[in-house]
Ligand binder design. Structure first.
Ligand code: ASP
Ligand code: MG
Length: 427
């Protein structure tokens, strides 16, 4: 088999960990497989490099920032290649550029536009292991190095797996797989055997940090089978694949595909409300036009029905905390043009989502969802849904309790203690 193995920062955080990873790679090769390893920067290296830059300047040129950050993965890739060689198997490390990862021009959040894996293939053909620096590539025209955005090594791994038509892309981190809820919050969370790309996309978009959203999109587009597992154990993890394949895996294990796959939560958003808007056409368009012009990412939106007496209505929406101040400033300007509705900024909110492909065909999921929250005394501030997801915004103080309540109400709790967190921060 041709296997791409990606190791996150916590899996290569020091020399001892790197040697352990090298050992796993060598085992995989000795079992008769070809291996491409993709690595993240050691431990918190990327954060430390960012800190360092802020000690020099508040606004580093983005080109230089990208060169700086790619250094993190260059350290881990070369050390890992050395470790594999030490164990008697040939290995060569490659930067994103050397590995043929071509990207768009956007520093800091470039997209992969193509993969030309000549050198990787040459190394594999010669019986060696190719070790590739994750999270980076090159813009062909300028020949400048770029980075793919935080957590981008997952995407590198999937892109290489797609380009090589690999049998599987294994993503190693410090947890045993994808769980029915964050094991750090819900002790009884259960490891899923397999989830569809669609469910994983909703989970990732709803705050599950196990995989970067872009990597799942890429995998779905190219049909790359992902296996999320721990580098600290030999346990089988979670497969992410299409519906057909999920069905096959569940059947193999004599299990039925579950109606609900899991509960995700996200405490990284804030909420802005405009209170007392004139209830006439064009207001929402005006607001979100200005919001878009400032590059603000809107997530959930609600508008309440106008109170017939006043003829006024309210609109609230959520956005990343990092953009909250910008959002509030933007809306204060808009407010002036709209006759002065009040602008409220609320940081103390959390988002909670229930995800499951079975929602499409099973009635009563919403009823159970809202009565579970009601029984737990949790007040709902916003609601949004998709075909396979229900999300609500609640007070941040209620978030953990709400996650647990839903997890129990949908019978996701496991009887044994399965959820082992091996350390690190979850990335
Ligand atoms: N080292 C980069 C980061 O921490 C990329 C990655 O880990 O995937 O964001
Ligand atoms: Mg990292």
């Amino acid at each position: 088999m041709l296997i791409v193995q990606k190791f996150g920062g916590s899996s290569v955080s020091d020399a001892e960990h790197i040697l352990r990873v090298a050992n796993r790679i060598v085992q995989t090769v000795k079992a008769g497989n070809q291996v491409v390893a993709v690595v993240s920067a050691m431990g918190d290296t990327t954060d430390e490099l960012i800190d360092l830059s802020t000690q020099i300047t508040k606004s580093p040129p983005s080109r230089e920032m990208d060169i700086l950050l790619t250094a993190g993965e260059r350290i881990s890739m070369s050390l890992l290649a050395m470790a594999i060689n030490e164990l008697g198997v040939n290995a060569k490390s490659f930067t994103g550029q050397q590995a043929g990862i071509e990207t768009t021009e956007k520093y800091g959040r470039a997209h992969i536009s193509g993969v030309v894996p000549d050198r990787i293939m040459k190394t594999l053909d010669a019986g060696g292991v190719a070790v590739v620096a994750g999270f980076q590539g090159v813009h062909r025209k300028t020949n400048d190095v770029t980075t793919l955005g935080r957590g981008g090594s997952d995407t590198t791994a999937v892109a290489i797996a797609a380009a090589l038509n690999a049998d599987v892309c294994e993503i190693y981190s410090d947890v045993d797989g994808v769980f029915t809820a964050d094991p750090r919050v819900v002790k009884t969370a259960r490891k899923m055997k397999a989830v569809t790309y669609e469910e994983m996309l909703e989970l990732a978009a709803s705050g599950a940090k196990i995989l970067a959203l872009r990597c799942v999109e890429y995998a779905r587009r190219f049909g790359v089978k992902i296996h999320v597992r721990s580098s600290f154990s030999d346990n089988e993890g979670t497969f992410i694949c299409d519906e057909h394949e999920v069905g096959r895996i569940m059947k193999e294990q004599d299990l039925e595909a579950p109606i609900i796959s899991g509960v995700a939560h996200d405490s990284s958003e804030s909420m802005i409300s405009l209170v007392g808007l004139p209830d006439v056409p064009g207001i929402a368009a005006k607001i979100f036009d200005e919001v878009a012009k400032h590059g603000i990412n809107v997530d959930m939106i609600v508008q309440n029905i106008s109170k017939s007496v006043s003829g006024r209505s309210d609109i609230s929406f959520t956005l990343p905390q990092s953009q909250a101040e910008l959002g509030a400033r933007t809306l204060l300007e808009v407010s002036r043009e709209l006759g002065g509705p009040e602008v409220h900024l609320e940081h103390n909110v959390g988002k909670l989502s229930l995800i499951g492909a079975g929602m499409k065909t099973n009635p009563g999921v919403s009823a159970r969802f809202f009565s579970a929250l009601n029984d737990a005394g949790v007040n709902v501030e916003m609601i949004s849904t998709s075909e396979i997801r229900i999300s609500v915004v609640v007070s941040l103080d209620d978030l953990d309790r709400a996650v647990k309540a839903l997890h129990t109400a949908f019978e996701l709790d496991s009887v044994e203690d399965e959820a082992v967190v091996y350390g690190g921060t979850g990335r």
